[in-house]
Design a protein around this ligand. Structure first.
Ligand code: ADP
Ligand code: 5GP
Length: 182
């Protein structure tokens, strides 16, 4: 199954996906390619494949990407080969533009949107993470409002209030969808 998880920057996508993978070895995260520079502690091949623009455009030319988008000033894309594993549930932690492209290409994909409990909490999570400059945080919060407006495109919308609760809810959604599509 292809599972897409989107939501504004800082809502907790990475945290939720990490928990899902810890709980169930069926879940595999799709590692994207990006032209963004690694944050402190991020490793190429584990968090992203960090590549330059020339290499990114080469992947596009060769049809190696299932989708790509320009997000917060950088290119991000999902390698097509990440979606061809059969025995796993592959989780794509991608933006709204990418989610739409995946749904077009793979209509059976399950799209889940994560909302913050409110904007103040989103701001606190993003600033609390402390991985972006103030200018970059502002850019991401501005984009957050536009992204949240697109939530109705998704199959499910859920609030990341309590991490254990939301992870349980997402597991239930996936099980329900799996049964429906068998
Ligand atoms: P994203 O991947 O969506 O940008 P992260 O997973 O990096 O977001 O989470 C942003 C910050 O919010 C992190 O510091 C994380 O620990 C925290 N966080 C995530 N989920 C919750 C939650 N349910 N309650 C409180 N803090 C959370
Ligand atoms: P970050 O820089 O915080 O890791 O990610 C910024 C945004 O890019 C997030 O909304 C994230 O979901 C999105 N993103 C990450 N990888 C991909 C991808 O492969 N494709 C698309 N379309 N968006 C991605």
């Amino acid at each position: 199954m292809i599972i897409v998880i989107s939501g504004p920057s800082g809502v907790g996508k990475g945290t939720v996906v990490q928990k899902l993978m810890e709980k169930n070895s069926r879940f595999v995260r799709s590692i994207s390619c990006t032209t963004r520079k690694p944050r402190e502690g991020e490793k190429t091949g584990r968090d992203y494949h960090f590549i330059n623009e020339d290499k990114f455009f080469e992947l596009i030319q060769n049809n190696d990407l299932a989708e790509f988008a320009f997000v917060h000033g950088y290119y991000y894309g999902t390698p097509l080969k990440n979606l061809t594993q059969e025995k796993t549930d592959v989780i794509l932690q991608i933006d709204v533009q990418g989610a739409k492209k995946i749904k077009n290409r793979f209509p059976e994909a399950l799209l889940i949107f994560l909302l913050p409990p409110n904007m103040e909490i989103l701001t606190n999570r993003l600033t609390g993470r402390g991985t972006e400059t103030e200018e970059e945080q502002e850019r991401r919060l501005k984009r957050a409002k536009e992204e949240i407006e697109e939530r109705t495109f998704y199959d499910y919308i859920t609030v990341n209030d309590d991490i254990e609760r939301v992870v349980n809810e997402i597991e239930k959604i996936i099980e329900k969808e799996r049964k429906l599509h068998r």
